[in-house]
Design a protein around this ligand. Structure first.
Ligand SMILES: NC(=O)c1ccc[n+]([C@@H]2O[C@H](COP(=O)([O-])OP(=O)(O)OC[C@H]3O[C@@H](n4cnc5c(N)ncnc54)[C@H](OP(=O)(O)O)[C@@H]3O)[C@@H](O)[C@H]2O)c1
Length: 264
C-alpha cells in the first residue's frame, strides 16, 4: 500500500537514510510527497531531492504532513520537535523509530497527536528489514504498517512494553547470528581448517541457510539436515546438552531486554 500524502522524515542518519532508501526502492512514498529535515547533506536525501523531495523547506510546509517520522537520537527529540509543533496539522500522526522513548514520554512533549512506535532494522534499505509496530490508535498503527510493510517483515505488538523484547530479538538478533558464525568459524579452525577457509565456510553457510529457510517450521528445516544417527544430529545433541543452548539464548535475550529497559 503506497502512502499518498506528505511524509516528513526528521533525521537522515543511519536508520533515517535506510528508511528513505527503502521507501524510494519500494515506491512506498513518492519522492514528491517527501519532506526531509536534516542538518547536514546526506547522499540518500540528495538522491530523493533529485526525484522531487523537499529538503529543509520553510516550516509552514509541515502543516500538510500526514505523518512525522522521528529518526533522531533519543536524547535529541525534544529539542528537535518543540520548534516544529506550531506547524503541525490536526491530522498528523507522530511515528517514532527511536529506541526506548515510550509513548507516554513522547506525549509529554508532543501531546494531542496520535503516536505510533516502529522498531525497524536497517535492512529496510534493501526492502528486506524487520519491523515491530505498536500504537494505541488503530489508524496510526495502520499508517505505521503501511509505511514499513513494503520494506520489512512487519509484526504488530499488543503492548508497548513488548518493544523491549522485540528489539532484543529482531534489532539485536543479527549480531547474535554473526557472533555464532564467528564462533562456528573458530570451531572449524580448531577442527583443522585454516582461518580464512573456516571464515568463508561459516559465512557462506549463514547466507545459504537464510536463503533456504522459506516459511517452513524450523524443526522441519532442522530435521531435513539432521538425519537420525548422523553427524549433524551429533553436533546438535552437543549444542543442546543439558539445555545449554536454550539457557544461553534466554540469558542473551533477557540481558538485552534489561538493557533496553534501563535505557528507556
Ligand atoms: N541504527 C539503527 O540500526 C537503529 C535501529 C532501530 C532504531 N534506531 C533509532 O533510530 C534513531 C536514529 O538512530 P541512528 O542510528 O540513525 O542515529 P544517527 O546516525 O546518529 O542519526 C541521527 C540523525 O539525526 C540527525 N539530527 C540531529 N539533529 C537534527 C535536527 N535538528 N533535525 C533533523 N535531524 C537531526 C543527525 O544529523 P547529522 O548527521 O547532520 O548530525 C543524524 O543524521 C535513534 O533514536 C535510534 O534509537 C536506530
Amino acid at each position: 500500500m503506497a502512502v499518498n500524502e506528505t511524509v516528513v522524515l526528521i533525521g537522515c542518519g543511519r536508520l533515517g537514510s535506510s528508511i528513505l532508501e527503502g521507501w524510494l526502492l519500494t515506491e512506498t512514498v513518492a519522492a514528491e510527497n517527501l519532506i526531509i529535515l536534516s542538518p547536514s547533506e546526506k547522499p540518500v536525501a540528495e538522491a530523493a531531492r533529485a526525484k522531487g523531495a523537499r529538503i529543509n523547506p520553510r516550516l509552514e510546509a509541515l502543516t500538510e504532513a500526514q505523518v512525522i517520522v522521528l529518526a533522531v537520537k533519543p536524547a535529541k527529540w525534544r529539542e528537535v520537535v518543540t520548534p516544529l509543533l506550531p506547524f503541525l496539522g490536526d491530522r498528523a500522526v507522530i511515528l517514532s523509530v527511536m529506541a526506548g522513548v515510550t509513548a507516554p514520554t513522547l506525549a509529554e512533549g508532543i501531546g494531542g497527536w496520535p503516536i505510533v512506535r516502529v522498531m525497524p532494522t536497517t535492512g529496510v534499505s534493501r526492502g528486506r528489514g524487520v519491523a515491530s509496530v505498536w500504537s494505541a490508535d488503530a489508524d496510526a498503527r495502520a499508517l505505521g504498517r503501511a509505511l514499513f510493510e513494503p520494506m520489512a517483515e512487519t509484526v504488530d505488538l499488543n503492548e508497548e512494553a513488548l518493544m523491549d523484547a522485540a528489539t532484543a530479538v529482531a534489532g539485536s538478533g543479527a549480531a547474535y547470528f554473526y557472533a555464532f558464525t564467528e564462533a562456528l568459524a573458530r570451531a572449524g579452525e580448531a577442527a583443522g581448517l585454516d582461518a580464512a577457509t573456516a571464515d568463508v565456510l561459516a559465512r557462506a553457510t549463514l547466507r545459504s541457510a537464510a536463503d533456504a529457510m522459506g516459511d517452513d517450521p524450523l524443526e522441519v528445516l532442522i530435521d531435513r539436515i539432521a538425519s537420525p544417527g548422523g553427524s549433524t544430529r551429533a553436533g546438535l545433541d552437543a549444542l543442546s546438552r543439558d539445555g545449554r543452548l536454550t539457557a544461553m539464548t534466554h540469558d542473551t535475550v533477557a540481558a538485552a531486554v534489561r538493557r533496553n529497559r534501563e535505557m528507556g
